[in-house]
Structures are given as C-alpha cells and as structure tokens.
Design a binder for this molecule. Structure first.
Ligand code: NMX
Ligand code: MLT
Length: 428
C-alpha cells in the first residue's frame, strides 16, 4: 500500500500547512454564533468541526473530494476509499495495489465466528456487526504500537493499517452475519478473483437471476460511504477515536449510532412502511389513498421514514442516483412504484405539516435503498443497515486516519446546566 500511504501522507502535510496558516492568522476569528437553540436543538446547524473527506451542500448534497454524486457514483468502493483518504482518484497501479492489499487481508479472525454463532437467534444483525468488529480489536496494530510508545506523528500510519485490515474483512464478516442470522449458518468462501463488492455479493449466496446485483452493490457501497463529519455515526466514531481508542472501537461505536431509526435504520423502516401500505391498500394503491395513509401516519405522531434531513434542503442526490439506476433495471416493481408515488405525495404534505416545522420535506437516501435491496433478493429488512454500515466504515476510517495525521485533539465540548444558562441570561 505504498502509493495509498504516500498520498495520505501528502494530504496530511498539505492540510497540516493549511491548518497552521488558519490558526496563525485567524485563531480568534468568529465564524458564527452559538444560540440557546443550538444548545437545546442537537447543535443543528452549528458549524463546530472540520471534516475534509466529504462535504454536504444543503442543495447539491454530498461531495467527496470535490466530486458530486453524479460524478463519483460510477466508481468502485475501492476507488472511493482512495478518494476519501487522499482527495484524488487512484491511478491504475495504485488501484491494483489497493485491491491486492485488501485481498491479502480479507480473512476474519477465527474467534469471531463462535462469538456471533452463540448470540441469541433474534439478535439484530447490526448488533452482530458491531460486536464482530469490536471482537477484532485484539488485532489492532495501533493498540500494540501505542503500548510500545510510538511517537504521535506515527499514529496515522497504524490507524491506516488497522483501517485496511478492518475494511478488507468487511465483506466476509457482513456476509457471514447474513448466513448465520438468516440461513443455515454455513459460510461461503471468499473468491480471490472478485473485487470487494463482488465478494460480498458472492458470499451472501443469494441466488438471483439478475446479473446487475454486483453493479447495484457497488453503487450502494459507494453512495453510503461518507456524509461529512457531523452525522451521528461519523461523529461518534470521531469522538471515540479522538481518545486514541483504535479504529475497531471507533467503528463499532459509530455503527451503534447508525443502528438508530432516525439514522441508518430508516432504510429498513422505509420498506416496512411501504409494505404496510401494500398490506392495507393493495399492491397498486392510488396516490390519493397513499396521501391519506401518510396523513394518518403523521396524525398518529410518527415520522415518515426516508424523508427529512438535518443538513439537506432538497432531494438527496443519492436518492436520485438510485432512482436512475432503478429506471435501468427494475422500474416496474410494485414497491418501486410506491416509492415514486410517495415522492410525488410526501414533500407536499410535509411542507405544511406542523405549520411548516419540517426543515426538509424531501426524500433522503433511505427512501429507496431498501426497495432496491429487496428487488435483488435481500428479503430480511433487518439486514439492510449492515450494508449501510459496511459502506460507512470507509468514511469512518478515512476521517480518523486524517484526524490522527493532523494530530487533532480529544473532542470534549463544555456542557452547561439549566442553572448556568438561566444565570447567564439573567433569568435565574
Ligand atoms: N416525518 C415527520 N416529521 C418529521 C420528519 C418526517 N420525515 N422529518 C422531520 N420531522 C419533524 C421532526 O420530528 C421535528 O418535530 P418535533 O419538533 O415535533 O420533534 C420537526 O419536524 C423538525 O425537525 P427537522 O429540523 O426537520 O429535522 P431534524 O434535523 O431534527 O431531524 C431527521 C432529521 C432525518 C432525523 C428527521 O427528518 C427524521 O426523523 N426523518 C425520518 C427518519 C429518516 O428518514 N432518517 C434517515 C436520515 C438519513 N440517514 O440515512 O441517516
Ligand atoms: C447520512 O448519510 O449520514 C445521513 O444522511 C444522515 C446525516 O447526514 O445526518
């Protein structure tokens, strides 16, 4: 991984110089204000951290290394990993080197399987993924080197080493979880000739007639790779790693955040929502019936899964990319038709719901991803977030490798009490 490492080093050096210049000239410059609403409202909209792997524009959506979704969605996960880490796409030889490295490191340590097999049968697959990764912490090179007393400037090198080890094992681990949790538990062997996404598809062992499954998996793993620094899972992973907890601890913690229904679990909730619509209204309900169903859901105090976003203020381009893909391969399924009907109906309803309180009435990536997974034969909804997690770990790893290279400090904001606030506001 000489080429990847050299380019990560270059990026760290460039960013380090930029940060030094910014700090030297603007350390005390204000870039915004903190309001009481920020304190009470989950810090929404507060610009309080830097993340250079990717950026989310409220209107245009995700940018990775300066490339927007249409520009990078045709790439492979390996190319995206390289882009996240270095800011540039790999040349052919660098890509080959990365693929070879991942292939070499693919094998999940043997002790992980009995751990996963011995969990209660109804354990959520996200719990299994998080635990499987946590159980691999014993292999952390960072941990070992840290205990040997390596200097701070080498921390990123071993974070990168751990990251590649972890990422390489994800297809085998995620597919193994699928087979243990939903099937006979017999694992399918890794195939050296296949790439990262193809291997995942191969080891899932789904007999699908459609050969576009691997293309879809590539797209899925690319689109979920990163979403700047403040989303629940990436932020959690950053906070944990900022204490110099290694990448296995950080990734496992980040996944526990992704497992929530307001975050990654929304993809399984979306398909469940559509399934309930079909159960009640039949397989091809009219838009008016869907409208009433959505209104009833809102009236009962529930959110419409797959709609809204903390940063985006327009349709998520990741949703649009999936919609485009579906137009090519599987446009006519009843679930997809309902996805499209919901898209026609929900934004209009959310715009006026609660007096216009919903900041973003448009669909996010989860509004469609589960429907496509289902099309390709993944019928166990509980598994969907695992695939989101496999992809998102690329972002966790890139973000934390760079953070270690920049020697970013432990993340520890100051909290205050109601009493402090009331005193400060003169209202005690
Ligand atoms: N359906 C109904 N109400 C909503 C929705 C929705 N889809 N989205 C936001 N609201 C409500 C929200 O619950 C809040 O109400 P209240 O103040 O009574 O608690 C109000 O609108 C204002 O929230 P926002 O500022 O618009 O949204 P926020 O930034 O707090 O939360 C989400 C963002 C994504 C958590 C929220 O939009 C949501 O719950 N969406 C549904 C779940 C979902 O799709 N999550 C996936 C996000 C993407 N991902 O992959 O992680
Ligand atoms: C994500 O991909 O992480 C989600 O869209 C949530 C977010 O960005 O807050």
């Amino acid at each position: 991984m000489k080429k990847l490492k050299e380019n990560v080093r270059l990026r760290i050096e460039t960013q380090g110089r930029e940060i030094a210049r910014i700090l030297e000239n603007y350390s005390d410059t204000e870039i915004g204000k903190v309001t009481v609403k920020h304190l009470m409202g989950g810090m929404r909209g507060l610009q309080a951290m830097v993340c250079n792997t990717s950026y989310v524009d409220p209107q245009k959506g995700l940018f990775v290394g300066g490339f927007d979704v249409p520009a990078f969605s045709g790439k492979t996960p390996e190319e995206i990993l390289y882009l996240l880490c270095t800011g540039v796409f790999p040349k052919k030889d660098a890509l080959t080197e990365l693929r070879d490295e991942l292939a070499k490191r693919h094998e999940v340590p043997r002790h992980v399987w009995p751990l996963l097999r011995n969990l209660p049968k109804d354990t959520h697959p996200m719990t299994m993924l998080s635990m499987g990764i946590l159980a691999m912490d014993s292999q952390s090179v960072f941990k070992q080197k840290y205990s040997e007393g390596i200097p701070k400037k080498e921390h990123w090198e071993y974070t990168l080493e751990d990251s590649l080890n972890l990422i390489a094992k994800l297809p085998e681990l995620a597919a193994g979880i699928y087979r243990i949790r939903f099937f006979d538990g017999e694992l399918i062997s890794y195939a050296p000739s296949l790439d990262w996404a193809e291997n995942l598809v191969h080891m899932l062992g789904i007999e699908t007639a459609d050969s576009s499954f691997a293309d879809f998996m590539r797209l899925y793993l690319v689109l979920h790779c990163d979403h700047e620094g403040g989303n629940v899972s990436a932020f959690t992973a950053r906070v944990v790693n900022s204490a110099l907890s290694n990448i296995y601890y950080a990734a496992s913690a980040g996944l526990n955040g992704l497992a929530g229904p307001l975050h990654g679990l929304a993809n399984q909730e979306c398909l469940r929502f559509i399934q309930r619509i079909h159960d009640q209204l039949g397989k091809s309900p009219g838009k008016e019936e869907i409208r009433s169903y959505v209104l009833k859901t809102l009236d009962s105090g529930n959110v419409i899964p797959g709609y809204g976003h903390a940063v985006l203020r327009a349709t998520d381009p990741r949703f649009t990319a999936f919609l485009k893909f579906s137009g090519k391969y599987c446009d006519t399924t009843p679930y997809l038709q309902t996805v499209k009907d919901l898209y026609a109906v929900v934004p209009g309803l959310l715009k006026t719901y609660k007096g216009g309180k919903v900041a973003n009435p448009y669909p996010n990536v989860d509004a469609i991803s589960g429907t496509l997974l289902h099309y390709y034969g993944l019928e166990h909804f509980d598994y969907y977030t695992v695939l989101f997690g496999v992809s998102r770990i690329l972002g966790f790893c890139a973000q934390n490798t760079i953070a270690r290279g920049l020697n970013q400090p432990i993340i520890r904001p100051k909290s205050v009490t109601n009493k402090w606030l009331l005193d400060f506001l003169g209202k005690a």
